[in-house]
Design a protein. Structure first.
Length: 607
């Protein structure tokens, strides 16, 4: 049964019935020791932890006031409830669900860790960013840090004794990371002295743990400008002695924290490195290879942010659904002329049903899209041939900007529809949907804005390997389209999805020509094109889910399952007929020479 925060049945459907991880992943390669029962046990535990501990930790229970991280006397404190939660999180082994047992992890496929994350994030994104960043930083240390202290640092991060961050952004270097000014000077002992200011650093300082490991992008003095001259350093908040004990503070000082629209419990810090000339860091990877190291993690981090959009959409939809069943207001439209008609629950009103099915069908589509990207990462790990590996690597490259941007943009749509479903109460702190809406807003901004993702898709990914990766992705959709075409009940939808994908392929070819003659057309179209391709791919995922549901319904399932599978088919029809169907018309518009936003003089935007 779904609660208002998580829907375990839906996750099980995707994992076991749609992506059939039992056949494709479990029992193979690094997952040789894992089976479906273990997966279901982890999902159930994660659902309970979300319900019982994570979700109640966010708002003040009496007034639903936001709980905030606080900056006082140069120090940051997290909301009180986070201390116990952090302990439970670390003790439960949740920091390393899909990491190798060699580093204390549970070794599950990445798709399982992502499903678990979806639940946790739905309960409290602000808190989850502490372990999320810790995991990301630990993965960098694991893969790139060659130092006698590597294993100790890893152990402390994976067991929750220390946390981690990502320090890229500076006041003058946001989207353009290459403009950074933080510098590093090599010391005779091989360490580097770091000097500079980083801003917007999530979980940058706090009192959850005794130490924080900061991966910091900086330029070694004398290295070239731009991204080519960037290196990356491990900079601890507190210095670590050779025997692993903690030493002096490392001259990393918190300048302040941001007052934000959402994710209040997560401290977004300005960090000053080396104000007193005493900040020491160790090189990670090779000199001037900082961007290469960061890019290694980028796909995973961007998929993680996409997962945030999915998580908050899920919680918003489930809350709105529950409210719509309870809230009584107005009469059923079929009884409008009956003066004695009783007021009905708002779920009976057509416009509320439209919003609910829109939320459901978007949420289920982006859930499938985001999980599939992790599935591709797992398929890459179990692949046996180079061709197979290249195929799955290509799928990851293509899908990453789509997952990051579309899932988070749709998070805005779904959380806003949830507020609308509640009416005036949705706008008030008494109910949680306004918080979900505010929290999701950051997901389209950090980890590379969605505009930058669109440029990545159009400018880099579509043409990768001369378009081979794009064609492979399109080819992958064919089997489910063909299956749906063979089913009278889904034939029209299958044709719609096929037309939409063809329109995206056609537009991509036109963009590639226009890039040489009139590049503004594709550059202006990039974001809308990312949405068109996402809506076509989500149409494919809906067909896949509807095909699966059709097969299951034929096997005469229980009444509950019958309702579940029927919901899948209706959701697929609604999404494909209302959203995917519009893609060909939108693509026609996008390739046209409409560049008024370039032509308009700056002073004509407002006079
Ligand atoms: C709450 C929060 C948490 C954060 N956490 C972290 C963190 O942990 N670590 C970290 O390093 N950073 C973090 N950031 C920073 C975040 O990644 C940046 O805000 C983001 O990359 C955008 O940079 P900017 O704010 O300087 O905006 P700008 O780069 O100034 O962008 C402003 C607008 O211009 C657009 N734009 C910029 N350049 C181009 C271009 N070439 N083409 C088209 N459009 C362009 C952008 O898409 C955006 O819409 C966080 C930010 C916030 C608000």
């Amino acid at each position: 049964m779904a609660s208002q925060w998580v829907d375990v049945r839906d996750l099980q459907f995707l994992l076991h019935e749609v992506f059939r991880i039992g056949d494709e992943l479990l029992g193979k390669g690094p997952f040789a020791d894992h089976d479906a029962d273990m997966v279901n046990m982890v999902l159930d535990q994660a659902a309970k932890f979300t319900e019982n501990d994570i979700a109640p930790s966010y708002p003040d229970e009496v007034h639903r006031q936001p709980v905030e991280a606080v900056f006082k006397d140069g120090k940051v404190s997290v909301p009180e409830a986070y201390h116990r939660l952090w302990q439970l999180y670390a003790e439960g082994g949740w920091l390393s669900v899909s990491d190798s047992p060699d580093v204390g992890g549970q070794g599950f496929p990445a798709i399982i860790a992502a499903a678990v994350s979806q639940m946790f994030l739905a309960g409290n994104q602000a808190f989850l960013m502490y372990p999320g960043l810790t995991h990301g930083a630990a993965r960098l240390v694991e893969d790139f840090f060659q130092h006698p202290l590597r294993d100790l640092i890893l152990e402390k991060m994976y067991n929750g004794a220390w946390t981690g961050t990502m320090c890229l952004t500076e006041p003058g270097a946001g989207s353009d990371v290459g403009a950074l000014k933080t510098s590093a000077r090599k010391n005779p002992d091989g360490t580097y002295s770091i000097t500079g200011t980083k801003c917007f650093i999530s979980a940058g300082d706090h009192n959850l743990t005794e130490n924080i490991i900061h991966p910091v992008l900086a330029r070694i003095e004398g290295d070239p400008p731009g991204t080519k001259g960037i290196s990356i350093f491990v900079v601890p908040k507190i210095r670590i002695n050779p025997d692993g004990s903690l030493g002096e503070p490392n001259d990393v000082n918190t300048g302040g924290i941001e007052s934000k629209m959402g994710i209040h419990g997560n401290a977004t810090c300005t960090l000053n490195f080396g104000e007193n000339g005493k900040c020491i860091g160790w090189l990670m990877g090779e000199e001037r290879e900082g961007m290469k190291v960061m890019f290694h993690m980028m796909n995973e981090e961007r998929q993680g942010v996409g997962t945030m959009g999915v998580a908050l959409s899920t919680a918003a939809y489930l809350h709105a659904l529950s409210y719509a069943k309870e809230r009584v207001q107005g009469v059923n439209v079929m009884q409008m002329r009956d003066p004695d008609a009783k007021a009905c629950p708002i779920i009976q009103h057509p416009d509320i049903r439209r919003m609910l099915l829109k939320m459901k069908s978007i949420t289920e589509a982006i859930k499938a899209l985001a999980l599939y990207c992790y599935y591709a990462m797992d398929r890459l790990r179990v692949a046996e041939t180079d061709a197979e590996k290249d195929k799955w690597q290509g799928m990851i490259e293509m899908l990453t900007p789509i997952v990051k941007a579309y899932c988070t943009d749709m998070g805005d749509v779904v959380t806003s529809l949830a507020v609308q479903t509640y009416g005036g109460y949705g706008y008030c702190r008494e109910y949680p949907v306004e918080q979900l809406m505010r929290d999701n807003r950051i997901n389209g901004i950090y980890e590379g804005t969605n505009g930058i993702q669109a440029l990545d898709l159009l400018g880099r990914k579509l043409g990768m390997k001369k378009g081979l990766y794009f064609m492979t992705l399109l080819g992958e959709t064919q089997a489910e389209i063909a299956k749906a075409k063979g089913n009278e009940a889904l034939k029209a939808e299958a044709e719609t999805v096929e037309k939409a994908l063809n329109a995206c392929a056609g537009a991509a070819m036109q963009f590639s020509k226009l890039m040489r003659s009139n590049p503004f057309v594709p550059l202006i179209a990039a974001m809308d094109y990312l949405h068109c391709l996402s809506e076509s791919l989500c149409g494919w995922f809906h067909l896949w889910m509807a095909n699966t549901a059709t097969e299951k319904l034929a096997a005469n399932p229980s009444e509950t399952d019958k309702a579940f599978y029927t919901g899948k088919i209706e959701g697929a029809k609604f999404y494909i007929n209302r959203t995917t169907a519009l893609v060909p018309a939108k693509c026609d518009v996008l390739v046209q020479d409409e560049i008024s936003c370039i032509r308009i003089p700056d002073e004509a935007f407002a006079v």
